[in-house]
Design a protein around this ligand. Structure first.
Ligand SMILES: Cc1ncc(COP(=O)(O)O)c(C=O)c1O
Length: 395
């Protein structure tokens, strides 16, 4: 049976052509550390890192390569952002407004920083479609609010948030505007200048198509000296000093860079620039129509095909409590065992959204997510699997 991977919201698989090859090529032919040796292969490693930085700079219209720090995943980038502000900023007292759609890599650092007394925070509830209402954000802002953090796209419902409106709110109140683009990067345009984004964090292994082990953090240059990076160690420069001020980027990137993974990220970004975007709206239409035809399945989130409203992340629950195959876990096991459809079940590392969506009781949702290497065969198989699941649920 052919494997149909439907967990692109977690990480892209398969990787596009050239991505795995870039790792093998770097590791077998170069293999040297970056920012360390002045020998030929060391300079080659430096070049890979620089080219990857330039590709990221161009993609997000970031002013300078010096404003980008590579991290090991989206979680590290978000932790660097949140703890960096919480511990470093002179904006005290510090209140953060975020939303219930956030991933635990936002919610848990906020909770931990609050427990340490570094900040206070609250989360604006999204609607049952996964949308955050900008007016609710305005209501949540307090006199000591300094930061607004929002995920561009929910990893549970695929709902695209109104970043332009939220940016205007942040600017008009002098808030640091932090955007988690882990689900949107590589799929939707993200222009940090146009959107007034002060801090952008994203995984590099989802829509950007790098290997696992890649993450990106952008911090606007004027803010960098207000951040307290979590890391310090070998930076490859001024090694005779154990104290002193190192630039923000060097600190976040302390230790040896994951050059093979960055080589893969560069290959993924290059592939994206020469490859037509996947037909997400056609696939949204096909999958949403299939779900609508299922008696026993309910879509959680927006029933819209437009990628300006939603990306192809579909969360489902059983319509009736007495359905056979009721829990998301049972449904996911059926999809895998009957058709090798690899879907996710549960809360999807998003600790709050299930209260807003009303999906906590049933243990979260069954999630199918498509990405840039999804094929029409995968989508057809997904639809066929959903129809079979629906029939099984009524039998
Ligand atoms: C919205 C969102 N933010 C952050 C993350 C964390 O990214 P990573 O898995 O690379 O740590 C994810 C991963 O699923 C995500 O979906």
């Amino acid at each position: 049976m052919t494997r149909h991977y439907l967990d692109h919201a977690a990480t892209t698989w398969p990787k596009p052509p050239g991505v795995v090859e870039a790792v093998v090529e770097y590791q077998s032919r170069c293999g040297a550390p970056a920012s360390r040796g002045l020998y030929q292969s060391g300079l080659e490693a430096n070049q890979i890192v620089l080219e990857t930085r330039r590709a990221i700079r161009d993609l997000f219209r970031i002013p300078s390569v010096d404003d980008i720090a590579f991290c090991s995943n989206g979680t590290q980038a978000l932790n660097e952002a949140i703890f960096g502000i919480a511990y470093g900023t002179n904006r005290k007292p510090l209140h953060v407004v975020t939303t219930s759609i956030e991933h635990n890599s936002v919610l848990r650092p906020l909770e931990l920083a609050a427990a340490r007394g570094w900040l206070e925070w609250n989360a604006v509830e999204c609607s049952s479609s996964g949308m955050v209402d900008p007016d609710d954000v305005i209501q949540a802002i307090q006199p000591h609010t300094r930061v607004l953090i929002i995920s561009h796209v929910s990893n549970v419902t695929g709902t695209v948030q109104k970043l332009h409106d939220l940016s205007r709110i942040a600017k008009s109140r002098d808030l640091i505007f932090v955007v988690d683009a882990s689900q949107s990067a590589g799929y939707l345009p993200v222009d940090v200048r146009e959107l007034g984004i002060d801090i952008l964090a994203t995984a590099g292994h989802k829509g950007l198509c790098g290997m696992l082990g890649t993450g990106v953090l952008y911090v606007r240059s004027e803010l960098q000296n207000q951040m307290a990076p979590m890391m310090i160690g070998g930076t490859g420069e001024s090694s005779d000093r154990i104290d002193g001020d190192f630039p923000w980027q060097a600190r976040v990137e302390s230790g040896n860079q994951n050059v093979p993974a960055l080589a893969s990220l560069l290959a993924g970004l290059k592939w994206k620039t020469r490859t037509a975007a996947a037909p997400f709206e056609t696939w949204n239409e096909q999958i949403l129509a299939t779900i609508r035809g299922c008696e026993n399945l309910r879509l959680v989130g927006l029933d819209s095909i437009r990628t300006t409203d939603r990306l192809p992340v579909f969360s489902l629950v059983a319509k009736r409590p007495n359905n056979l195959l009721q829990t998301p876990q049972e449904m996911a096991m059926f999809m895998d065992s009957s058709n090798r459809l690899e879907c996710r079940a549960g809360f999807h590392c998003a600790g709050m959204i299930h209260n807003s969506l009303g999906t906590r009781e049933q243990g979260g949702t069954l999630r199918l997510s498509l990405g840039c290497t999804t094929t029409q065969e995968d989508v057809d198989a997904a639809c066929q699997g959903l129809v079979m699941l629906d029939q099984m649920m009524s039998s």
